[in-house]
Design a protein around this ligand. Structure first.
Ligand SMILES: [Zn+2]
Length: 446
């Protein structure tokens, strides 16, 4: 299926669709040492939800839920399908980690446990595992496996139990930074963990009906909920919170607008972003947010790509970051200090320099090594802010979020786009046909 990009025209509501063939263009061919060539953003490309089985398939949510009830009662040997369970504690998935291979590369894996083991571990804590506490995540038909998640936040006794098996509950953001983006299987595990976290968080926030206040009960193996009141029966679906994230571009002077929030680690700059208001289109949200935060008027808005973001604030279970290039029509910056610490125009050259010296791979490996230590029980503390630090030998004046974030791809795609040469305005006016997918390449420092 060809991936499509959508161009939003500023002057009308006309949508132009560009095929991927048109969009695919060598962007920065002079650099080839190492490229970031993602098929999907971090947290997208979940391998177990791409094909949800139909109703009567044994791996479908409803059939699997029936088998789950049976398996919880009797635990038959050689049960089919095989059930694997991923426990979460306070938003953190269970993980294991080790150093493997000839080049001592640390890598983490999700801590899947079998249904009988899960039942056994909880039983030791005096908790009976019920089918309603398990949430269907997806399946793999070729392996006859169904995957479930369970929230064990209340069961503190499980931590030493699982710790003795070299498992550890690790912050999802830490796993995100520790994931090697060149490793598609690791990226798949990260996407599964993100989906599971979003679902479990939504379950814990939707325990009561917003309509009548009665308790809600899980339905369809936890894929939705329903009010338990016979009179109400309101259906409740998992929540997704769309956020626009945009790189604002000054075409004339070949600059991009980058901003800092006060919660950012020092020297980190990123794109503007904001939640979409009810009754607003995506492109309207891009223009409103940019104007509110920086006073800059935006004209043309061009779609780039989108990314599920389950690592935002915990009361917002799953943001969907929708990425755009936004072309500025005015240039004077007037920062809203309530929202931002600073916002400045940066030349393409400065942005390229910052990308070239940032050591994203090193930061990824350092964090991956840290996860190994956590799972050995050596390092218990988990610091969030340092996870975003990109180590750099020469202390660059600025850096951007790593390749796990859509902001990185918006910034680097623009930075390595063809630079318009003098007098050739036409190419730069063409709204970024080269920027509408993730297949850009460039060479970050290893
Ligand atoms: Zn109700």
């Amino acid at each position: 299926m060809p991936s499509l990009s959508i161009l939003f025209s500023s002057s009308s509501s006309r949508l132009i669709f560009l095929s991927k063939t048109l969009a695919k263009r060598t962007i920065f061919s002079s650099l080839s040492a190492m490229s970031i060539n993602l098929n999907a953003h971090a947290f997208a490309g979940n391998p177990i939800i791409s094909k949800t089985p139909k109703l009567h398939d044994p791996l479908s949510p409803s059939s699997a839920f029936q088998s789950l009830k049976t398996q919880l009662l009797q635990t038959p040997e050689n049960s089919s399908p095989l059930f694997k369970v991923l426990p979460f504690r306070k938003g953190r998935p269970l993980a294991s980690s080790s150093i493997t291979g000839d080049d001592d590369v640390p890598s983490w894996h999700l801590g899947w446990i079998s249904l009988p083991d899960c039942k056994g571990f909880l039983g030791k804590c005096g908790v009976e595992l019920s089918e309603d506490s398990l949430v269907y995540l997806g399946s793999k038909a070729e392996e006859d496996v169904v995957y479930w998640a369970v929230d064990v936040s209340e069961e503190g006794g499980l931590v030493p139990e699982l710790g003795s098996k070299r498992f550890c509950f690790v912050e999802l953001r830490t796993l995100m930074v520790a994931t090697d983006w060149d490793d598609s299987s690791a990226m798949g595990e990260l996407a599964i963990a993100g989906h599971a976290r979003a679902l479990l968080e939504w379950h814990s926030l939707s325990r009561f009906c917003g309509h009548c206040g009665e308790k809600t009960v899980p339905k369809e193996a936890g894929r939705r909920k329903q009010c338990s009141s016979e009179l109400c029966k309101k259906r409740i679906y998992p929540r997704v919170d769309p956020v626009v994230i945009m790189l604002v571009i000054d075409r004339e002077n070949d600059r991009a607008l980058l901003s800092r929030q006060s919660r950012f680690v020092p020297r980190m700059w990123s794109c503007l972003a904001g939640f979409i208001e009810p009754g607003e289109s995506l492109e309207e949200a891009v223009r409103r947010e940019t104007y509110e935060e920086t006073g800059i008027e935006v004209g043309e808005v061009v779609y780039h790509s989108s990314q599920p973001w389950p690592v935002g604030p915990s009361s917002i279970p799953c943001q969907l970051m929708v990425g755009f290039f936004a072309y500025a029509e005015s240039l004077e910056i007037n920062v809203d200090k309530e929202e931002l610490e600073d916002a400045q125009w940066h030349s393409r050259e400065d942005v390229r320099k910052a990308l070239a010296v940032a050591e994203y791979k090193k930061a990824q490996r350092t964090t991956a090594a840290k996860v190994v230590q956590m799972c050995k029980g050596v390092e218990k503390g988990q610091s969030l802010s340092t996870d975003f630090n990109v180590e750099s030998g020469e202390l660059a004046p600025m850096f951007f979020p790593g390749p796990f974030a859509i902001a990185h791809h918006l910034i680097s795609t623009w930075a390595y786009q063809d630079v318009p040469s003098d007098g050739v305005e036409a190419d730069s006016k063409q709204p970024s046909s080269s920027t509408s997918n993730l297949q850009h390449s460039y060479s970050p420092k290893d």
